[in-house]
Write a protein that binds this ligand. Structure first.
Ligand SMILES: NC(=O)c1ccc[n+]([C@@H]2O[C@H](COP(=O)([O-])OP(=O)(O)OC[C@H]3O[C@@H](n4cnc5c(N)ncnc54)[C@H](OP(=O)(O)O)[C@@H]3O)[C@@H](O)[C@H]2O)c1
Length: 252
């Protein structure tokens, strides 16, 4: 089986964690990468690291807050004009706000929906349109095992990831006929800023390991929905099949 290769990547949410690891590994696989996020100092640092290893101009960056979805069409055009048509687009931006048992704070919930779902739609709609026209390309969305059930501890984080997962499935169903591969990645616990200081984490993997697994699946081509690492699939399977009347008694 021939492995998929890429020459022109865009990574949204590239300033840290899984997105930064994916950007580094895409460059190592031979792609130039456009890094997108809000923290410019992080993007400049990563860009310099990538260029030092793979050559000047391998990395470029755009400072952007994904809450400003109306900017994305213009940014997409800017990327295409400056660096050519992307053949792989990764959406890794994510926000996890911790909420207490009795807390319903609209601003936290609005932000999670904006970053995890609405921003993803803004970017991946552009990617879908361009890749359908090009009759090829790869879209990778970093969802979460949290998409699998409505957990009492994270109502809106879970809802945003469930919405993102459903959107990615629909993109896959639309685009596979045009040779565009859409991959959903559902990580379990990954050692990044998002999980720093959290108690009770298990099966924790590094961002580099998560990125390696994700790109390993994506490079096989085809359209995929994968737990990262695969053992989380067992958790997902069990959790999905627990009847609702039992699930509501669990403290997860
Ligand atoms: N860590 C885990 O255990 C885990 C598990 C399952 C799924 N995930 C998912 O994996 C993805 C990456 O998270 P991570 O664990 O690598 O955490 P992270 O290190 O905190 O990375 C989050 C990324 O999202 C970007 N981001 C956040 N708000 C943004 C905004 N308004 N505009 C643009 N970019 C924004 C951040 O960039 P700036 O702050 O510079 O903008 C950063 O690059 C997320 O979607 C997360 O939900 C993580």
């Amino acid at each position: 089986m021939s492995m998929q290769t890429w020459s022109n990547a865009v990574v949204i949410g590239a300033s840290s964690g899984i997105g930064a690891a994916l950007a580094r590994q895409l460059a190592a696989r031979g792609a130039k990468v456009t890094l997108v996020a809000r923290r410019e100092e992080r993007l400049l640092e990563l860009s310099a690291q990538i260029d030092a290893v793979h050559g000047e101009g391998t990395a470029g960056h755009i400072v952007h807050d994904v809450e400003n979805g109306s900017e994305v069409e213009g940014l997409w055009k800017q990327i295409v004009d400056a660096r050519g048509e992307p053949d792989v687009v990764v959406y890794a931006s994510g926000a996890l706000e911790l909420v207490e048992d009795h807390e319903y704070t609209f601003e936290k919930d609005r932000r999670m929906l904006a970053v995890n779902l609405v921003g993803a739609v803004a970017w991946l709609n552009c990617a879908a349109l361009a890749m359908e026209a090009a009759r090829g390309g790869t879209i990778i969305g970093i969802s979460s095992i949290a998409a699998d059930r409505g957990r009492r501890g994270a109502p809106v984080y879970g809802a945003s990831k469930a919405g993102f997962t459903t959107y990615l499935e629909a993109l896959r169903n639309r685009l596979s006929q045009y040779g565009v591969n859409v991959m959903t990645a559902r990580p379990g616990f990954v050692d990044t800023a998002m999980t720093k200081g959290m108690d009770g984490l298990f099966w924790l993997v590094s961002a580099d390991r998560a990125a390696e697994i994700i790109l390993g699946h994506a490079a096989k081509g085809g359209s995929r929905d994968r737990y990262v690492p695969a053992r989380w699939g067992l958790v997902g399977f069990v959790v999905r099949w627990i009847p609702s009347f039992l699930f509501r008694r669990l403290s997860i």
